[in-house]
Write a protein that binds this ligand. Structure first.
Ligand SMILES: Cc1cn([C@H]2C[C@H](O)[C@@H](COP(=O)(O)OP(=O)(O)OP(=O)(O)O)O2)c(=O)[nH]c1=O
Length: 210
């Protein structure tokens, strides 16, 4: 049984590789169509499951992992910015306050109908904008392609005061949860996950670990 990561995200590929597993990458053919009125946790679960099933339908014997990350603030979902102005508006909204980052992990295997999905949520507290911090950050061009328009593992770390929760959930793949889900689906994960969380071998992980 092959493990497939249904993702185009380099961050998810790097994070899953930290578990020391061999896996194949398959981009899901998938478009995010948010459903109005759906709570952010339900929305993110649906997207993760849809990504997993988009690949699972082509590879019925294999174990497919899909994931999705959204930000929640004031009960609303914030996804990825469409352009730099959108990124600026997102960061201004997040500045000086806490928000939630939800990352869903979905597993499916079409051959036996197995599917499961779970969400890891972390709180991220942003520094207030000092009139320059956001503009300086936008100049790094890191915002595009990132939920909430920032990258905690990159220069975006400068925008963040602290986090409460799993750092890897903020980056886009909560590894403790992934290992547990894979094991519960009968997949061998030989990695010592707790030792990995003590070593924190990813940019900014040690800085923000809780
Ligand atoms: C908040 C945050 C998000 N992100 C990224 C992780 C995800 O790639 C992205 C959220 O968008 P997603 O839509 O969850 O994923 P994606 O389109 O990038 O990749 P996939 O092919 O798996 O659907 O934001 C960071 O890299 N760092 C962060 O601090």
């Amino acid at each position: 049984m092959q493990l497939i990561l249904a993702s185009t995200s380099p961050r998810r590929r790097e994070l899953l590789a930290l578990l020391g597993l061999s896996f194949e990458l398959c981009p899901p053919s998938f478009e995010e169509h948010p459903i109005a009125g759906l709570a952010p946790v339900e929305q993110v679960s649906r997207f993760a499951m849809e990504k997993a099933h988009a690949v699972g339908a082509q590879r019925p014997e294999d174990l497919v992992l899909g994931s999705d990350t959204v930000i929640e603030i004031d009960g609303q979902c914030v996804g990825k910015p469409t352009d730099m102005d959108h990124a600026r508006a997102m960061l201004a909204k997040l500045a000086g306050r806490p928000h939630l980052v939800h990352t869903a992990v979905a597993l499916c295997r079409h051959a036996d109908g197995m599917e499961r999905v779970e969400v890891a949520s972390a709180t991220v507290v942003m520094k207030p904008d000092d009139g320059m911090r956001i503009e300086r950050y936008l100049a790094t061009r890191e915002s595009l392609g990132k939920a909430g328009a920032y990258s905690i593992q990159g220069w975006g770390g400068e925008l963040i005061e602290r986090i409460e929760g799993d750092f890897t959930a903020v980056v886009g793949l909560p590894l403790r949860m992934v290992a547990r889900l894979l094991r519960s689906a009968g997949y061998d994960v030989p990695c010592d996950v707790e030792a990995l969380y003590r070593r924190r071998p990813y940019p900014n992980w040690s800085r923000f670990s809780t």
